[in-house]
Design a protein around this ligand. Structure first.
Ligand code: NAI
Length: 242
């Protein structure tokens, strides 16, 4: 159970982010739901967390690419909740193109949100965790970061980068009681995958279905509660990258 803990989740109004918010709330965690667009959805998810599970859930506007804004928001979360025990770096985007057609902005934007965003949030929240000698950081990577993928040079690089980031933070802060792990989802039914040809993809997945945000959320909750797991990359992919 996560009663008495506060979880900050970036990209919290998106498919996987909202699933993680609800799952952690169901286990008793208070929720700081960070969103960059879709304010209405952010409030809706917070209300669901409160009504269904009786926890405190507060939305915070936060663009993770903005270092100063992430600092202000991190301070605001600490002011509101007193502490943050769980940080989920989930915000992410794709700008898929073949390498030869990829523009500088396609590369930069994806690195800025997916990798630099995780650095910004972790940089600001970690000092509070170190002071409390308790913390759990979960970075949402991807199987693309493990295997590479056509049209995803930028995305795969950002997600592979997150894995190196995860293991380095895990090593640096294990002695302070802080764990850092990554999730590597496969194909999950969200806005991000809605353009794909689902039938063509499904046949390649050993479990023969797309994952749901709830599938990823259960794995996130496992990592939040698994006191002896750090530096791990947990695939949630129906077996596609085994
Ligand atoms: P989504 O598009 O529903 O959610 C992404 C969220 O990130 C949105 O809420 C969006 O507003 C937020 N975001 C985008 N730019 C931001 C910024 N600058 N600052 C703060 N937030 C920002 O997509 P989904 O699928 O829920 O993605 C969540 C995470 O899971 C991403 O990191 C994605 O790369 C990862 N993932 C998704 C997979 C899938 O099949 N859907 C597979 C593997 C990983």
């Amino acid at each position: 159970m996560l009663i008495g803990k506060t979880a900050a989740i970036t990209g919290g109004s998106g498919g996987i982010g909202s699933g993680i918010a609800l799952e952690l709330a169901s286990r008793g965690a208070d929720i700081a739901l960070l969103y960059s667009s879709n304010e209405e959805d952010a409030w809706k998810i917070c209300r669901r967390c409160q009504d269904a599970y009786g926890v405190t859930a507060v939305p915070f506007l936060c663009d993770v690419t903005d270092f100063d804004m992430t600092k202000r928001v991190s301070d605001g979360i600490i002011k509101t909740f007193g502490s943050v025990e769980i940080l989920v770096n989930n915000a992410g985007i794709t700008r898929d193109k073949l390498m030869i057609a990829m523009r500088k902005e396609d590369f930069d934007d994806v690195i800025d949100v997916n990798l630099r965003g995780a650095f910004h949030m972790t940089r600001h929240i970690l000092p509070f965790m170190v002071r409390k000698k308790e913390g759990c950081i979960i970075n949402v990577s991807s199987v693309s970061g493990l295997t590479g993928n056509l049209g995803q040079v930028n995305y795969a690089a950002s997600k592979a980068g997150l894995i190196g980031f995860t293991k380095s933070v895990a090593r640096e802060y294990a002695s302070r009681g802080i764990r850092c792990n990554a999730l590597a989802p496969g194909f999950i039914e969200t806005q991000m995958t809605k353009e794909l040809n689902h039938d063509m993809v499904r046949v390649q997945i050993p479990l023969k279905r797309f994952g749901t945000p709830e599938d990823v959320a259960k794995a996130a909750a496992f990592l939040a509660e698994a006191d002896y797991v750090t530096g791990e990359v947990l695939r949630v992919d129906g077996g596609i990258a085994m």
